[in-house]
Design a protein around this ligand. Sequence first.
Ligand code: DGL
Length: 268
Amino acid sequence: MSNSPIGVFDSGVGGLSVLAALQAELPGERFVYFSDGAHAPYGERGDAFVIERTLDIARQLVEAHGIKALVVACNTATAAAIGLLRAAYPDLPLVGVEPALKPAAAATRTGHVGVLATRGTLASGKFKALHDGLKTDRVRFSLMPCDGLAGAIERLDETAIQTLAAKYVGALGRFGHAPGEIDTLVLGCTHYPFIAADLQRLAGEPVRLIETGQPVAQQARRLLAAKGQLAVGGSSGSLQLLTSGDASALDAAAGRWLQVGAGAVALG
Ligand code: DGL
């Protein structure tokens, strides 16, 4: 079992930002990454659709690839379906991602945090519980559903990325270190770390951007270690990329955003 792969999936290429952190944390592991490119983006699709896709992809990864753990590298799918996945696979180590509100609440000095995420994530009961549990007299969160932004990143549509990023960052309010200004910005969708430089430029250099790749990777390590299922020492890692969509687009995104060694990637 310790030599079985770890499954990672997202609606599209966004989860590669989490996969990069997983590969850095667990270099000896085999990974199978599934991009649901034919159905991306998920953010404005509604829960029923996202749940159906998530359960179907998990089943494929379990049955056809014998994964030993699953990382749901998508905030939208985690919000909609992680509870159902846990019920369907009670023995499979499962790691989801959610917007990093807690670290942001600890980091902010002005008490004002901006959150960029999909409409689906922000509308979910899971997000509401997280948000309601963390907002206090000291910390408030301004929430921005970013319709179309993950899709633009998926298509590498530079014009749409710049237009939408400017619109949503601008609509959040004033950024800076004066009281009431936003000094911390949560990237609550796994596609957004790929445009972190654009978001940083728009928000201003002193603003702190917070993403979730590294804590998710550390949680995966903890769960596998607890089950005695980490890859045995000395084994070399590998990566298989799978997609329901355009294989060459996923290959290009992986080449751009991952440290992919020659021959490490098989498209299927
Ligand atoms: N990358 C995903 C997320 O973290 C999904 C974005 C989308 O498909 O709309 O929410």
